[in-house]
Design a protein around this ligand. Structure first.
Ligand code: SRM
Ligand code: SF4
Length: 570
């Protein structure tokens, strides 16, 4: 690195840079691959390029070895991730996605994600185009939900302060649109759109080589931090006065992923840049994205996210560049506080007199289970519901905007189909896992399939130690990429190998402290023994209302992570 202030990393560019550059603005040869029915997969660069269109090629890892034995190629299929800014979806749209999942996906499920959208897993090549066309016909797309672009923009699912929510949600949608790729590739390939000469196209914000790495944005309404701002590159913290949005505090450079054994990678909290008025929102969004576009590391993808750019060039240098590009000076941040992250389950009444029902969906997996036909239940609700649905960043579902006269109808359906249950503990509601096996190619250990039993064990421990009415933010991710956001949990498990996890402790309930590694590479049995002992200590020695994550710090069981770039591996 020889340039001033290390603004640009010099060296051989990563291969992803070549493929983006040669992709003809994300077209590649996807159309040819689609027509090739000899393989169920996508070849060479297209394997990566379909991500920019919201799809990942996968195969079921449970049956991979068996198919190899039979000399069959893996059962290639795609996972699709939709773009739903702020997680908003109408009942009509729900009915369409339900039908598609039922008729054309291997697993039949609708999987709600930690970023307020849904995924179809297991769509075979012959159905991919019709999937996009079905979605498009209902007003949904999957543009830029993966790849080196700005992803689905999150927004607090807060149906109570509905006026501010409505305004914040509109900003989430506007930011999402503003930062989308402008290439016509998606329409041409999937929707039979008219062909456009790509040399005549421009990508004024993302650039023709797109971003160095994925980029994530939220709009958050304090005091709820349900979107987990510190997992995101760019956050707009809503500041309201007299129930009207007046502007945002801007936080930049959060992110949770790391690589086992590589200390140049680490989770990092976002930095506070200051306050901006509403009319500067899109300019600031573009300025942060273009600064990261120009300064982000295009040599080493492991150090390419905004969080590493800030560490390399310095927060003040990055911020000054954003000010220059956006044509403003950040004002000091307005005061705000995060006090919670979880969703508010059950019914709440909004200021508009409408009712909102938050349903707990374990692992976000909507499927018809024995005794719990969740998918049918959602379908039946969608058939009569007059408001909309909101997907939460905790993989749950809100039936929003229910008029008083319809409340009982929705309630009865939710109870009938096992969507609203009395037997879900607070602990279960506060627990989360990423997808992991069998579909995730990067999974090292179970997460989604392990979570239900893992939570039952914690519930039993809480009861045993007489703190059964308490809960702990407990999250499991199948590898250090952190999709289940374990790096913002009070207890976080990070997959290391089959039935082996690193155990992290000491995050807080508000999601503003990164948990530190307490034990490395241990089994579920060892983990449960440790947690049992710690819960006992907490139950006996805690101060009034002291949360588990705060207790383990105060009791000196782990040292708090304060400045993760420097002290995470201490
Ligand atoms: Fe993620 C990759 C699932 C939220 C960090 N993530 C993946 C892939 C696509 C695996 C792959 O690259 O082939 C996983 C697909 C599994 C499957 O079968 O569905 C996957 N990520 C998920 C979801 C579905 C987890 C869930 O259980 O809900 C979430 C979808 C979000 C969405 O709708 O857009 C999901 N991923 C996250 C989050 C949490 C968040 O954003 O709030 C993170 C950590 C925050 C962050 O980005 O720092 C996250 N996912 C990653 C990474 C590491 C990125 C990095 O900085 O290095 C990867 C791997 C990569 O990009 O190389 C990854
Ligand atoms: Fe897959 Fe790892 Fe993300 Fe889990 S954390 S979904 S195992 S990439």
């Amino acid at each position: 690195m020889s340039n001033d202030k290390n603004l640009i990393v010099e060296g051989k560019l990563s291969d992803n840079e070549r493929l983006k550059k040669e992709s003809n603005l994300l077209r590649g040869t996807i159309t040819q691959d689609l027509a090739d029915d000899v393989t169920g997969g996508f070849t060479a660069d297209n394997f990566q390029l379909i991500r920019f269109h919201g799809m990942y090629q996968q195969d079921d890892r449970d049956i991979r070895a068996e198919r190899a034995k039979q000399k069959l190629e893996p059962l290639h299929n795609v996972m699709l991730r939709a773009r739903l800014p702020g997680g908003m979806i109408t009942p009509k749209q729900w009915l369409e996605i339900d039908k598609f999942a039922q008729d054309y996906s291997i697993y039949g499920s609708i999987r709600l994600t930690t970023r307020q959208t849904f995924q179809f897993h297991g769509v075979l090549k012959p159905h991919i185009k019709s999937m996009h066309q079905t979605l498009n016909a209902t007003g949904i797309d999957s543009i830029a939900t993966a790849g080196d672009v700005n992803r689905n923009v999150l927004c607090t699912s807060n149906p109570i302060e509905s006026e501010v929510h409505q305004q914040a949600w509109q900003w989430a949608a506007k930011i999402s649109e503003h930062l989308l790729p402008k290439t016509n590739a998606y329409a041409e390939i999937w929707l039979n759109g008219e062909k456009v000469d790509s040399t005549q196209e421009d990508e004024p914000i993302l650039g023709k080589n797109y971003l160095p790495r994925k980029f994530k944005t939220t709009v958050v309404i304090p005091p709820h931090n349900d979107v987990d701002v510190h997992a995101n590159d760019l956050n707009f913290v809503a500041i309201a006065q007299d129930d009207q949005l007046i502007g945002f505090n801007v936080l930049v450079g959060g992110g949770l992923a790391m690589t086992h054994g590589d200390k140049s990678t680490f989770p990092r909290k976002a930095d506070d840049f200051g306050f901006i008025p509403l009319d500067k929102t899109l300019d600031v969004a573009a300025a942060v994205v273009t600064t990261q576009r120009d300064w982000g590391n295009r040599v080493n993808r492991k150090n390419a996210k905004t969080k590493y750019t800030l560490e390399r060039v310095g927060v003040e240098t990055f911020k000054a560049e954003v000010e220059k590009r956006a044509g403003l000076t950040f004002a000091p941040s307005k005061p705000y506080e995060f006090t919670s992250r979880g969703d508010r389950f059950g019914w709440v009444e909004g200021i508009d007199g409408k009712h909102h029902l938050t349903l707990f969906i374990e692992n976000g997996r909507i499927l018809d289970y024995e005794n719990k036909p969740l998918k049918t239940g959602c379908r039946e609700i969608a058939k009569v519901h007059q408001g909309d649905f909101r997907l939460t960043a905790n993989q749950n579902l809100i039936v929003a905007g229910v008029p008083t006269e319809q409340k009982q109808v929705i309630e009865d359906l939710a109870v009938k189909y096992g969507l609203k249950r009395e037997d879900v503990s607070k602990q279960r509601e506060d627990s989360m896992a990423c997808v992991s096996l069998p579909t995730c190619p990067l999974a090292m250990a179970e997460a989604e399939r392990y979570l239900p039993d893992a939570v039952s064990e914690i519930e039993a421990m809480l009861n045993k130690h007489d703190v059964g009415d308490e809960s702990i933010i407990y999250r499991i991710t199948g590898c250090p990429n952190g999709c289940g956001r374990a790096m913002l949990a009070e207890i976080g498990l990070v997959g290391k190998g089959p039935n082996k996890y690193n155990l992290h402790l000491g995050g807080n309930r508000e999601g503003t402290r990164i948990p530190r590694m307490y034990k490395e590479n241990i089994s579920d049995v060892e983990i449960m023994a440790i947690i049992d002992e710690l819960i006992e200590k907490w139950a006996k020695q805690r101060q009034p209302k002291e949360a588990f994550g705060d207790f383990v710090i105060r009791a000196g069981i782990v040292k708090p992570v304060i400045d993760s770039a420097r002290d995470f591996y201490e």
